[in-house]
Ligand binder design. Structure first.
Ligand code: PRT
Ligand code: ZN
Length: 286
């Protein structure tokens, strides 16, 4: 029986979330203590390889691992031939151009003739050429954000998520150029048995993703306003309506998108809905 080898980040921003995703999918793997490089799941035909994120695209492209979880930024920078099969919705960030706070910014062409420090020279090269900007790329392996202050560069191109690193280094994010998140990748030449394991894994991941963005809602509704209340609740098919001991009232159960819920709560109350409960869904099979 084949097993699927999946490379995930050994320790870093994507590690816990990757392991958590497998847990939720019913695949238990040991957490990555610093000595472990390899782990086998007992309850699903998957083995985990713990690697530095920079090595994951190469390992998947070479077939050392069959699949991997890695930031899109790393795939783009390394330029390795791998197939992206699923966006995972975590590790979201952007690659932005930032300049010192006191610079007079005139728009993208400000960067013409400037020196830009980055750990992502390949992505930057592409971004600059797409925008017809000619700048000097200064490759550095870490702490890009201190380059302008020590006179190593005029600007930086780096990953931003909250923006607080830029702020505390006197920099201002001027252009958000590329958006990235963690994705599942695979090697392009897997056998049918491994493809079948991926299919099962993706089925579980889709159920987890759908559950995350939806909530189960229960409420008590006066029978006379039931039609109006039902029309406010989109649901998967149509809501369940359960009779209550008090014949004037019913209990209504449905599934709503988390963001939709906040939009309809006032209208539900205006129609007399009471005892509204909104509860998380663990898995949702569509
Ligand atoms: O050791 P290894 O090589 O495996 O890890 P690493 O240090 O290269 O990567 P790691 O763990 O820092 O990040 C892994 C992945 O997480 C990245 O490749 C991105 O896809 C994603 N990600 C999401 C981020 C961030 N958010 C992020 N904020 N990666 C890095 N940062 C850094 C950024 O470089 C900057 O220094 O955090 C700082 C900015 O954060 P804010 O919140 O202050 O804007
Ligand atoms: Zn790395």
């Amino acid at each position: 029986m084949e097993r699927l080898k999946i490379a995930i980040q050994k320790s870093g921003r994507l590690s816990d979330k990757s392991i958590d995703l497998f847990e939720k999918a019913g695949i238990s793997i040991s957490s990555n203590s610093s000595r472990i490089l390899f782990a086998s799941a007992a309850d699903f035909p998957v083995d985990i390889l713990y690697l530095r994120d920079d090595d994951i695209p190469q390992c998947v492209a070479d077939g050392v691992a069959d699949c991997g979880i890695v930031g899109e930024n790393v795939i783009w920078e390394t330029g390795k031939q791998v197939e992206t099969i699923e966006k995972l919705g975590f590790g979201k960030c952007r690659l932005s151009l930032a300049i010192p706070r006191d610079s007079q910014y005139t728009g993208l062409d400000w960067f013409n003739g400037k020196k830009i420090a980055t750990t992502y020279p390949n992505i930057l090269k592409k971004v600059l050429s797409e925008n017809a900007i000619k700048a000097d790329i200064h490759v550095i392996s870490g702490s890009v954000e201190i380059c302008p202050v020590i006179g190593l560069a005029d600007a930086i191109f780096d990953i931003v998520s909250t923006g607080s690193t830029l702020l505390s280094n006197g920099l201002v994010e001027k252009e958000q150029m590329v958006f990235s998140e963690a994705v599942m990748i695979k090697n392009g030449n897997l056998n049918a048995e491994k493809e079948e394991i991926i299919k099962k894994l993706l089925f579980r991941i889709h159920a987890i993703k759908a559950a995350k963005s939806n909530k189960y809602i229960l409420l008590n509704a006066p029978k006379k306003n039931l039609d109006k209340i039902i029309s406010l609740l989109p649901g998967m098919k149509s809501p369940s309506v359960v009779p209550l001991a008090d014949g004037e009232w019913v209990s209504v159960h449905s599934v709503v998108k988390e963001n939709q819920f906040w939009e309809i709560i006032d209208q539900l109350q205006a129609e007399g809905a009471q005892g509204i409960l909104v509860v998380p869904i663990e898995k949702m099979i569509l």
